[in-house]
Design a protein around this ligand. Structure first.
Ligand code: SIN
Length: 294
């Protein structure tokens, strides 16, 4: 197995492994270390079927079950389809607008996702990249007084786009407006430490995102928003100093660590050009709010 960094700040390409074979302890150890060192792994030349993707994903921990069964594969409900493809009857094959704003997966639930895995099944001719942002690097580069100010604070996270002035609802996803309106009432707000200590590396990273973080516990909107604006400005910085933009090749399998990264789906493609990704997610093992308190 060969691991080659794809940028100075985040991401590495992995070649010389076949993930459809049984994974040896050596390969698992090598991949884990590479993930902890580089946060995003681009594993080339993989064509995992949905059941094979589940088998590979399950070596990292318990898989999350996608919330919407309508957009999972026929072979297994553990694999979610991200796609812009439309069936002849007009129904969508997958989630069209998944991940369109900077976020860390499922930070809006008490125990957020640890690792996400995408198998590229069909890449569009143009567009369809995923961008990643190294949240360790952002935290480390913050001025000392800002670090002191946010250390020990908790961000308020929520899934509903209706509650978040920084995002918009894509017109392309059927039923999205209704979903976000009902989830604004039905889903609870969740708190997460603004500075997260990674459970495996022990390194501190900024843990908040324009997509899911809507406030800071114990602060008014007037107090919290200027702080969040400064923090998010590093994530969205046009110069992309802490970032890696992945342009998919055929048969890429990409896995990333949500505990120290934000990411977003860049878009930029449209029918008849099709993008199809198969997504599995490994859940975390304890609430970060509790972990930070102990
Ligand atoms: C995601 O946010 O999990 C998906 C990203 C992508 O489709 O590029």
């Amino acid at each position: 197995m060969k691991v080659t960094p794809v940028s100075k700040i985040v991401g590495a390409e992995v070649t010389g492994v076949n993930l459809s074979d049984p994974i040896t302890e050596d390969t698992k150890r090598g991949l884990r270390q590479a993930l902890l060192d580089h946060q995003v792994l681009v594993i080339r030349d993989q064509t995992l079927t949905p059941p094979q993707q589940v088998t590979f994903s399950a070596i990292w921990g318990d898989l999350e079950t996608p919330s919407n069964i309508d957009y999972t594969t026929e072979e297994t409900p553990k694999v979610m389809i991200l796609s812009n493809e439309i069936r002849p009857d007009g129904t969508a094959v997958g989630v069209v607008d998944g991940g369109d704003f900077w976020h860390s997966d499922s930070s809006h639930i008490e125990v957020p996702s640890a690792i996400t895995i995408l198998q590229a099944v069909k890449n569009p001719e143009r567009g369809g990249d995923t961008e990643f942002c190294n949240m360790y690097a952002i935290y480390e580069a913050l001025p000392h007084d800002l670090k002191q100010k946010i250390d020990g604070l908790y961000g308020i996270h929520h899934v509903s786009k209706v509650k978040n002035r920084r995002v918009t609802i894509s017109p392309d996803r059927p039923g999205a407006k209704d979903f976000y309106e009902s989830s604004a009432k039905a889903k609870p707000e969740v708190i997460q430490p603004l500075v997260l200590t990674h459970p495996e590396t022990g390194r501190k990273s900024l843990y908040c995102s324009p997509r899911f973080t809507i406030g800071i516990q114990g602060m008014s909107e007037e107090e919290a928003n200027p702080i969040l604006d400064v923090l998010f400005s590093h994530v969205t910085d046009r110069k992309r100093p802490y970032h890696y933009r992945h342009k998919y090749q055929d048969d890429d399998l990409v896995m990333w660590d949500n505990r120290c990264l934000c990411h977003r789906a860049v878009g930029g493609y449209g029918l008849p050009d099709i993008r199809r990704m198969h997504r599995t997610v490994i859940g975390g093992d304890q609430p970060y709010a509790e972990q930070q308190a102990t």
